[in-house]
Design a protein around this ligand. Structure first.
Ligand SMILES: [Fe+2]
Length: 408
């Protein structure tokens, strides 16, 4: 295999890269001498503790090297979107958007459950509000989507998939009308679950083969429900039917494979799985964002479209807003803004001190100051924590009060 080594700074490391050479002796590090793949955010953190530069063998990660130029299904004009406002500005502006969208999603699903149709105008207006907010700044609605109500799982999940799919489409540089279509696909992908009996939907145990068939039939029910409703975007009907198909052909209901699955269904399949994995369910506790991203990475080319899976990892980033993180010095806080250039160095609102005691006055720490040395390296992120670890929950900071803790 011909080696295409390229030196890069550690801050540019991405999941999927193959590290072939370090800027120091391998023996001084815990890494394998023959090289290794970066599989998660924590791998990058470990490398950052030892090295400033590494050499990547791009011949061993060809799909990554391809991005985004050579894939016509994901590559569009470069730099279509730029963030137009600060996170704090968009947070204030989109809070009522999120509230309205949440109420609409809940009533939409209730209507469907009781045999009613879909109010397409209302749905279109709501998705449009979400698209506009995500275009202005993708982090604000993403933050709000971290607030979940376990009893409203399906409604919250549908709205979250809508928001995250729009953010994914934005990162794919899809034009605005496609972001709108993707949002519709996300919002409506699981409507068929309104016909799944609650005792199966909320069963904390292992489903029997027959129960599993009933659960899986939500794809068929979803398609049929949407077919009956006038004015529903046809792509959303396909996605409701096909979002559980797998790249390797082992999905359902039709065992479609690869590009036989529509692009939007391949996109929603990834977003759907990510959102489901990061939520508390009756049968499993929520995984951290890092754990969920690691699974998506492992399932690339099997459950998920390989190139889209890589692109999704890039969209969510190492530490998406709302991630609860522990720094090297023990401080615990929540990521409040991502950093496009230094992806592992976001802005964090510190809520617990080095001894995990509650900080009376939370403060905002910009981890990118570790690059210039203004901030010590002990402030680098050590690990991602679960919601409620050390008593920190995103839910407690959903109001805008925390925005007053410092200049954002
Ligand atoms: Fe589903």
């Amino acid at each position: 295999m011909s080696r295409e080594l390229k030196q890069i700074p550690v801050v540019d490391l991405r999941v999927g890269m193959y590290v072939a050479k370090l800027d120091r002796d391998w023996l001084e590090t815990p890494f394998l001498m023959q090289g290794f793949y970066i599989e998660s955010a924590s791998d990058i953190d470990v490398v950052a503790r030892y090295c400033k530069h590494v050499w990547i063998d791009f011949s061993r990660c060809p799909n990554l090297a391809d991005y985004p130029e050579t894939d016509p299904t994901v590559s569009h004009s470069q730099g279509r979107y730029s963030t137009q406002v600060t996170f704090a500005q968009e947070f204030r502006r989109s809070a009522p958007v999120f509230k309205r969208a949440r109420a609409l999603t809940k009533s939409l699903l209730e209507e469907i459950q009781f045999g009613g149709g879909i109010d397409s105008q209302n749905v279109n207006e709501t998705v449009n509000d979400c698209v506009q907010s995500v275009i202005r700044h993708p982090d604000a609605l993403t933050w709000m989507s971290k607030i979940r109500d376990e009893s409203e799982y399906t409604a919250d999940h549908c709205l979250n998939v809508c928001i995250l799919a729009i953010a994914f489409g934005r990162n794919l540089n899809l034009p605005e009308n496609e972001l709108h279509k993707l949002g519709l696909c996300g919002l409506l992908h699981d409507v068929g679950k309104m016909q799944t009996p609650a005792d199966i939907l909320n069963n904390p145990g292992v489903l029997t083969a027959q129960e599993m068939d009933i659960m899986r039939s939500h794809t068929v029910h979803g398609r049929n429900l949407l077919l009956k409703s006038a004015d529903v975007y046809s792509g959303a009907i396909d996605v409701a039917f096909s979002h559980h198909e797998r790249a390797d052909g082992m999905g359902y209901p039709r065992n479609l494979a690869g590009n036989g699955i529509s692009k939007y269904a391949r996109i929603i399949s990834i977003v759907d799985a990510y959102d489901a994995m990061t939520a508390d369910r009756c049968y499993q506790k929520a995984r951290t964002t890092s754990e969920a991203l690691k699974i998506i990475y492992k399932e690339r080319g099997k459950q998920f479209d390989e190139k889209l899976a890589f692109k999704f990892l890039e969209t969510v980033g190492l530490y998406p807003v709302g991630s609860i993180v522990e720094l090297g010095n023990g401080i615990v806080g929540i990521v409040i803004e991502t950093n496009k250039k230094y992806r592992q160095l976001p802005r964090v609102i510190a809520l617990r001190d080095e001894n995990k005691q509650k900080l009376e006055k939370p403060r905002i720490i910009d981890l990118s100051f570790t690059v210039s040395g203004e901030l010590a390296s002990e402030y680098l992120i050590k690990q991602v924590l679960k919601d409620k670890d050390y008593g920190v929950s995103v839910r407690d900071y959903q109001d805008t009060g925390w925005l007053n803790y410092g200049k954002l």
